[in-house]
Ligand binder design. Structure first.
Ligand SMILES: [Zn+2]
Length: 244
């Protein structure tokens, strides 16, 4: 499809393909979306049962949260994607882009009784005080209830929702912001679990240092856009069809 959202389409397609390369996709499940209307009611999301590695810009579905016939249409989205993303775009103003994965380390962290991402390295410190934990896993989200509950947790600058017994969900002002946040959250979780696996005592960062490091990350200029642009440069060379 050709419309006025080509830039968001290309960014989102690039994000799907890159997370597939990183081994963070799970079969033909999981979903990313980006709002294209001011109230978040219209948004782009991945087509149902399509592998992340194959997604192209033009096949992203443009949905309208006010259209009650969405799930009955021939090219309907995955129902869990529909309920979750429509609900979050409507209820969380800073959730312009929403990304949900069952990536290995973030999900493993959410399966521990204590799912706190402790500030033990520079990447984990980025998320200091910015992670909400949804401890109430209640099966697949096949109604809007889960999105309503989760929207209430994504307040006070929180951009990561660690979904206990399930996966992770990240929100951002742009595709690049959510992409960068999700990449770094998975890396931080990987580091913490690697440290746990040694069985040795952890070297926790003082809270003041974690707070400072977080602020430095948040003021790190165009880093997320540079990150996604670098990824698109690689994809333009190696699999340029993502822009189609
Ligand atoms: Zn999920």
């Amino acid at each position: 499809m050709t419309d006025e959202y080509q830039e968001q389409r290309a960014d989102l397609a690039a994000a799907f393909r890159w997370f597939a390369r990183l081994g963070m996709a799970e079969s033909v499940a999981n979903h990313f979306s980006v709002a294209v209307s001011a109230d978040g009611s219209r948004f782009l999301v991945n087509p149902c049962r399509r592998h992340f590695s194959q997604i192209t810009a033009s096949e992203l579905l443009l949905l309208d949260a006010h259209d009650p016939s969405t799930l009955q249409k021939p090219n309907a989205p995955d129902p869990t994607a529909w309920y979750l993303h429509a609900g979050l775009h409507a209820n969380v103003p800073h959730a312009r882009c929403v990304m949900h994965l069952h990536c290995k380390y973030a999900t493993a962290l959410g399966c521990l009784a204590d799912s706190t991402l402790y500030p033990i390295d520079i990447n984990a410190a980025r998320f200091f005080g910015r992670v909400a934990i949804d401890a109430q896993f209640s099966g697949m989200a096949l109604s809007s209830d889960e999105a309503v509950r989760q929207a209430k947790l994504l307040v006070n600058g929180k951009s990561v929702l660690l979904m206990a017994n399930h996966g992770v969900l990240v929100v951002g002002a742009t595709v690049a912001a959510a992409f960068d946040e999700l990449y770094y959250f998975e890396r931080a979780a990987e580091m913490l679990l690697t440290c746990y696996s040694t069985g040795k005592p952890l070297r926790f960062m003082p809270h003041a240092t974690a707070e400072l490091t977080k602020r430095q990350w948040l003021e790190y200029g165009n880093f997320p856009a540079d990150h996604l642009n670098a990824v698109k440069e690689i994809l333009d060379r190696e699999e340029p069809e993502f822009r189609r």
